[in-house]
Design a protein around this ligand. Structure first.
Ligand code: ZN
Length: 305
C-alpha cells in the first residue's frame, strides 16, 4: 500500500460551528512523507501540523495549536481523510475553524471525490498496537487494543428520550465509512445553547449543520438520517481524532461515553508509551496475511464513489 494525496486542489466555504465565522477552505496536494497540515492564510501562512504533538485536549471540538495559530473542529475532515486513506494534504483556511458544512463528514468525502485521490511513491506506514492501553475518567473510558484491522466499538449514554443508550461496532474501510458513518451529523441540546454562546461557542450552530434536540424532540424537520445517528457520529468523531496520530491504526478502539478530550489524552498516552505499538508497513504487519490481501485494496489512480 502506497501513500496518497489529492490529484487537484479544491475549495469550499461555510460557517464555523463554534466561531460562527464564514471560512474559506482550499485543499491542496502535498508531497510524499509530508503528512497533513493546516495553513492559516489569515496569519501569515502559519502552519499547524495535524499530528499528536499539536493536539490540545478540549471537550467540544478537536483543536490543534502551533505557536499562536490554532485551528478547531478538525475532526470531521480528519475522519474523511482517514476513510479515503489520504496521507499528505495541505489544508488552507482563512480563519480559526473548519467550515461545518452539513455537520457531518459527507461533504468532505464529496470534495475528495471531486479532487481525485492519487498514489505516491512511498510505502504507507501503520501504527500496529502491541499492548492494550486504557484511560478512564469518571465513568468514561477509551481503550486501544491489538487487532488485525482498525475497528471501533462505541457506547454512548444520554439521559434523554431521543438518545438513551446506543452502541455501535464498526470495521473501518472507505466503503464502510461512506455507507455507515459519513452522513451522521453532530448534535446538541437546545438547553445548552445560551450557556455555550455566552462563552463564544456554538455561535454557528443551526438546523442546517447539526441535529438540535429540545427537552423531548428533534427539531430538524427531516428527522434523523439513521435511527442511531448519534452513536454513529461519535464513531466518526473518534476516527477523526485518532487520525491525528499521523498514521492509520491497526488495532481496536473501545470507547464508552468518551469524547474529544479523552481521545486527545489517549493520543498523548500513546506517544509516551512507544513500546505499546510499532510503526509498520502493510507487508511488515502481523495482520498482513489476513487484512491487506483480502479487505483493504489500494485506490485506483482516480477514485470514484
Ligand atoms: Zn463531531
Amino acid at each position: 500500500m502506497k501513500e496518497k494525496t489529492i490529484q487537484n486542489s479544491i475549495s469550499c466555504s461555510g460557517i464555523g460551528l463554534h466561531s460562527g465565522r464564514k471560512i474559506q477552505m482550499t485543499l491542496r496536494p502535498a508531497g510524499k512523507g509530508q503528512g497533513i497540515a493546516f495553513v492559516r492564510k489569515d496569519m501569515g501562512d502559519a502552519v499547524i501540523p495535524a499530528d499528536a504533538a499539536h493536539v490540545v485536549p478540549s471537550s467540544l471540538a478537536t483543536i490543534l495549536k502551533s505557536g499562536k495559530a490554532t485551528v478547531q473542529t478538525v475532526e470531521h475532515l480528519m475522519a474523511a481523510i482517514s476513510a479515503l486513506e489520504i496521507d499528505n494534504l495541505m489544508i488552507e483556511l482563512d480563519g480559526p475553524e473548519l467550515p461545518a458544512l452539513d455537520g457531518s463528514a459527507f461533504p468532505f468525502v464529496a470534495l475528495f471525490q471531486k479532487a481525485g485521490v492519487v498514489e505516491q511513491k512511498k510505502d504507507r506506514a501503520f501504527i500496529e498496537i502491541l499492548k492494550p492501553m486504557t484511560l478512564t475518567d469518571h465513568g468514561k473510558s477509551v481503550a486501544v487494543l491489538p487487532a488485525s484491522s482498525f475497528e471501533v466499538k462505541c457506547q454512548i449514554s444520554f439521559d434523554h428520550p431521543v438518545i438513551g443508550e446506543q452502541t455501535y461496532q464498526y470495521w473501518h474501510s472507505r466503503q464502510a465509512f461512506i455507507g455507515e458513518l459519513a452522513s451522521a451529523r453532530t448534535f446538541g441540546f437546545l438547553k445548552d445553547a445560551a450557556a455555550l454562546q455566552s462563552k463564544g461557542l456554538a455561535l454557528g450552530v443551526s438546523l442546517d449543520n447539526a441535529i438540535v434536540i429540545d427537552e423531548t424532540n428533534i427539531l430538524n424537520e427531516g428527522g434523523l438520517r439513521y435511527s442511531d445517528e448519534f452513536v454513529r457520529h461519535k464513531v466518526l468523531d473518534l476516527i477523526g481524532d485518532f487520525t491525528l496520530l499521523g498514521a492509520p491504526i491497526l488495532g481496536c478502539v473501545e470507547a464508552v461515553c468518551s469524547g474529544h478530550k479523552l481521545h486527545a489524552e489517549m493520543i498523548q498516552v500513546m506517544m509516551k508509551n512507544k513500546k505499546s505499538w510499532r510503526m509498520v508497513t502493510a507487508s511488515e504487519s502481523r495482520a498482513s496475511a489476513t487484512v491487506f490481501k483480502s479487505g483493504l485494496q489500494a485506490l485506483p489512480a482516480t477514485a470514484s464513489f
